[in-house]
Design a protein around this ligand. Sequence first.
Ligand code: AMP
Length: 523
Amino acid sequence: MSFESLGLSAPVLQAVADKGYTTPTLIQEKAIPIVLMGRDVLGCAQTGTGKTASFVLPMIDILSEGRAKARMPRSLILEPTRELAAQVAENFEIYGKNHKLNMALLIGGVSFPDQERALERGADVLIATPGRLLDHFERGGILLNDVKILVIDEADRMLDMGFIPDVERIVATLPPLRQTLFFSATMPPEIKRLADRFLSNPKEVTVSAPASASKNIVQGLVVVQEDDKREALRALIKEQDIKNAIVFCNRKKDVAILQGSLKKHGFNAGALHGDMSQPARMETLDKFKQGEIQILVASDVAARGLDIVAMSHVFNFDVPFSPEDYVHRIGRTGRAGLTGHSFTLASPDEGPLVEAIEKLIGTTIPRVEVPGMELLAFEPSDGRRRGRGRGRAGSSSSSRGRSSSRPPKEARAEQAAGPESAARPAPEARPEREARPERAARPPREPRAERPHREPRPEREARPEREARPEREARPEREARPPRERRPERSDRPRQDRRDRDDTPAPMGLGDHVPAFLARSAR
Ligand code: AMP
């Protein structure tokens, strides 16, 4: 199918052609004609599928008629994170370059006056995170009575982040007669219920099954002692032909430490995590996108949903706590039909986490070796080391006290090691790294060159950010919301080191009105 057959106008088609797209993706093919008809859409699709253009392109055409009044936007796109909102805004500029549509971007961490000026000019398209939008609304800076098109993007992430009460408040202020486009990577019952309330006779559009890794990603797993991970990472980076890479850490503090270490070893590395100020986040991201930073060390929260064109590699410095996060992380590469590579560094006690991932993605991640480093096996669940011994003399998996990836008791580490590594006999102990210089990292086999572009399947989006909330008086933004409730199916997720992870929750059930005495942590 061609873009021309979707019913888009000539100026939009021109912008699409200038961008270099020749064929619509599946979600674009399915959703664009429906949006142009004025119907509500319930879309089950993840980032990476071309979802953004599936609503932005038809919106540009619908909005091309008419003009926005001051402080009364004509359409509203809600995004869970600042980065995603900024990304959608970029898309609007690219696809809308042949139109004269005004856009306003309301995200936290950016000054109010600039945003107020954009609203004052009259916004045909308003792209916002829920907290900042409500802040403007409560200041009387915006009226939503004129919104004719509402997009709720990444609804399941909104739920994870505790934004749903905000979204409900926002939707309550919108005119009931409107077109609503509702997208979510997954459709748990809470999201479906919400969709039923917000949408009117929607057309459902699903692009593929949830939670699977793209076939365009060549995956690899390295099992090394915790203390050897940095060295293993450096060896992999040197050995691989890296254009640009994200290195994911589970903890904010490790992001800074690892970035410092990489820089010390001469790598061009930047850092991105939820504790950084918004301008610093944007600047780093910009440098990474421009190629000024080659390796971005990041926490999940900061890297969520990022669309970096042609990213060649993703490294997991830690095995993510939730298997869905793995799919999300590696999904930063192998996008839009390109081949990507992902390497995960696991310590011997992270077997059960790997096992959970392999169960989710339905395949064993191929084990790879790093030059001069011992290939280890996962520990059995009773804590006894199995087979291979230690990575290097003097290293110890527990020396950094990182026990947060401890498996659930019932997990079987032997299974997690996977058939490949379990079958391989242990070599003799190799005390010196230099003893085996010839050993090259063995990346998994490349996919066949002729493999056709497959639509990346929806991934279970990783848990989004829950940044620490500022004091109510300050109210610079209300990005992070307490999670609604813990998801029962994730109750076995390790919770140690919680304060250091990028998802510190706030008190529950009080919305934004948390009395100061409750905001203080209990002794
Ligand atoms: P999204 O799911 O909207 O984050 O898009 C994922 C990536 O696919 C982005 O880099 C888009 O620029 C790219 N993309 C979107 N539509 C197309 C298309 N029809 N052909 C090629 N690339 C596309």
